[in-house]
Design a protein around this ligand. Structure first.
Ligand code: HEC
Length: 159
């Protein structure tokens, strides 16, 4: 008699433990599936065309930095001129004379970088990142810390 009570108790404890684990698993699964819900976009209204363009520009700059370090010719893949027309989160900001001024300086310098030969490329790349930063410091300081990462030397991977 005592033994069967013990067995029943163990049975209940085990069921409880398994049920809890199943619940945790289910919660994890839901979180994975619902990533979009838990990870809100940076901007409550979704990402603007300009914001997406800027992210691609960051990736392009990061790639160019590696090209230069490897002694390869600089190759542009994006149409950077879009920064003059892409829809921004705050359209009045991108329509301002100040924004357009910074954008033109940036685009002019980009041409210099594209045509740079040999050692000049690194110098022009550094100035280009300064151009990103001047516009950002004046109009959109949020991403400054991130953009500054482009100024850091590439970390050598140890094999
Ligand atoms: C002429 C001004 C200007 C220049 C030049 C500029 N930016 Fe931006 N950047 C902006 C503005 C304005 C936004 C905000 C865009 C929006 O939310 O619509 C932005 C947004 C960003 C973002 C955040 C995007 C996001 O996820 O929301 C990053 C990263 C960024 N820029 C990187 C760069 C890099 C790298 C460069 C240079 C290669 C650069 N920017 C050059 C004005 C500029």
């Amino acid at each position: 008699m005592k033994r069967s009570i013990q067995l029943i108790t163990i049975f209940f404890i085990l069921t409880f433990v398994f049920a809890c684990q199943a619940e945790i698993k289910e919660a994890e699964k839901q979180e994975q599936q619902g990533k979009v819900k838990t990870k809100r976009p940076l901007n409550p209204n979704g990402d603007s065309e300009l914001a997406l363009m800027m992210r691609s520009m960051y990736d392009e700059a990061d790639r160019i930095k590696k090209q230069i370090a490897a002694g390869e010719a600089v190759e542009l893949k994006l149409d950077h001129g879009k920064i003059l027309t892409a829809h921004a989160t705050e359209p009045e900001k991108a329509a301002s004379a100040e924004y357009k001024g910074f954008a033109k300086v940036y685009l002019n310098h980009l041409q210099k970088l594209e045509n740079a030969k040999g050692d000049e490329a690194q110098k022009h790349f550094n100035t280009l990142v300064e151009n990103c930063l001047s516009c950002h410091q004046a109009l959109c300081p949020g991403p400054v810390v991130r953009i500054k990462k482009l100024q850091r030397p590439i970390q050598q991977k140890s094999i």
